[in-house]
Write a protein that binds this ligand. Structure first.
Ligand code: TR5
Length: 138
């Protein structure tokens, strides 16, 4: 039996309604970057950190974040100066998939804003795999 939890439409709506909008405040991810809160790190370089999601939605569910948020609370806040880190994050996602043995099939997701159920306002890529993915996503 899979330990992966499904999200119903009602739960997704509730999560969206409860999600904080971007306040610019520091988030739990700053504490993870500072290693003040433990996480299971699967990838790290000078610019990004990849760690396992605490509530995995697939056998492999890794979050990839820039170590310096630099105003990138969400993708819709991206500016020209962020081009390099955005490309770096995407290439790091490929390296995570390779490391996790899911290069044959994986998904990269960015939830942007309450309508998309973003709950942490520090840009992050979800790297998901290890099971057959479905389309469309919920
Ligand atoms: O909903 P969005 O796209 O913003 O994704 C935020 C993700 O952060 C969710 O998938 C959460 O499960 C995940 N998350 C939240 C916390 C957390 C985490 N992943 C790893 N470790 C975590 N800690 C220690 N604390 C969290 N609050």
């Amino acid at each position: 039996m899979s330990s992966v939890s499904a999200t119903t439409d009602e739960e997704a709506s509730a999560k969206a309604a409860a999600a904080d909008v971007d306040s610019g405040a520091t988030t739990i991810f700053d504490k993870i970057i500072a290693k003040e809160i433990p996480s299971t790190v699967v990838y790290e370089d000078e610019k990004v950190l990849g760690f396992r999601d605490i509530n995995p939605q697939a056998p492999v569910h890794v979050l990839l974040i820039p170590k310096a948020r630099d105003g990138l609370t969400q993708l819709s806040k991206a500016e020209a100066r962020h081009e390099e880190i955005l490309g770096h994050l995407l290439y790091a996602a490929k390296k995570v998939a390779e490391k996790e043995g899911i290069l044959h099939g994986f998904r990269v997701v960015i939830n942007d804003g309450p309508t998309a159920c973003q709950s942490v306002y520090h840009l992050h890529l979800h790297v998901l795999g290890g099971r057959q993915m479905k389309w469309p996503p919920g």
